[in-house]
Design a protein around this ligand. Sequence first.
Ligand code: TXA
Ligand code: MG
Length: 338
Amino acid sequence: MTKFEVEKAANLLRSGGLVAFPTETVYGLGADAKNPDAIRKVFQVKRRPQNHPLIVHLAKIDHIFQWVCNISPEAEMLANAFWPGPMTLIFKKQAHVLDIITGGQDTVALRIPRHPLAQALLTAFGGGIVGPSANVFTRISPTSLQAVREEMGNKIDLILDGGDCEVGLESTIIDISGDDRVPVILRPGMIGRTVIENVIKMTVVDNANSNHNHNNTEVRAPGMHRVHYAPKTKVMLVERQTMAKTITKMLNTNDRVAILAIGERSHNDRCYKALKEVHNNIHIINMPQTAKEYARDLYQTLRSIDQQDYQCIVIEKVPEDESWTAIRDRLLKASASI
Ligand code: TXA
Ligand code: MG
């Protein structure tokens, strides 16, 4: 990617255009965070309801002072530990931050991505760039140039090509805007709870397992929509051990079924052998065994299955340990469509 293209992208943003850009998590749909008309276009192109607030992306930690009211010691520790990187923090906002960004709330979500091209764009542009994931509302976030093309078609002005995203799942969102200073994880990501707690030396609340709402307001947490991050093909989450039984019960033997299995040896696994015997038309896809690699590949794999003619995606349940939390969250949301 040339300097010329980054300049062109920054100029498009200055003139109110929409530019998709890579981050290490997923691709974002960028617009000037000071331009309400451009931001309105983001909502239109994504077909996203207006009350879903947007993340403002910035180049450097120093820039956050222009957007937020106060920075608690915990916020400072988190920022220093994980920025630039796959983390978003929610702060009390300054008065100038547009309502269309925050959904009328008194908080704003900020992120400093580390992808070199995101950094180059933010530096060339100089200001904040709103960046929801560059997909149509409720669909899977794009993690490659091709995926952004599929989602956005020719409705946007430019896509910067940063290759495949390294993390592959959306950033960890931590709300640190509460007066009680208790950090709340609103959306799990690949920066997990334990590393966060080790940095700030206090317990954080995981929103998925609690109703903690420290601002006494309705927090518009991501993925509250029942169907979120969902492929078009129906998704079932099943334990490996009960796979053959469940599939026999739930699916027609002529349905074309894609199975996301964990690990290389799954073809020799007793459960999968049994499955081949009961069903004619299954295709087993071996997903990586580590959470990091599984996360990186998940959306690309679901997207590619979606483009083939399958009636169902059966996903083997992933391990219960903390490193898989964000993946479990996305899989649950993907399977909520049935
Ligand atoms: O990894 C990511 O975070 C990607 C890349 C492009 O940065 N962005 C992303 O944006 O996932 P989006 O808009 O698809 O998801 C951001 C979520 C939204 O679901 C929204 O509800 C939540 O962040 N959010 C934004 N501002 C908020 C606020 N002030 N309070 C609570 N939630 C907020
Ligand atoms: Mg999104």
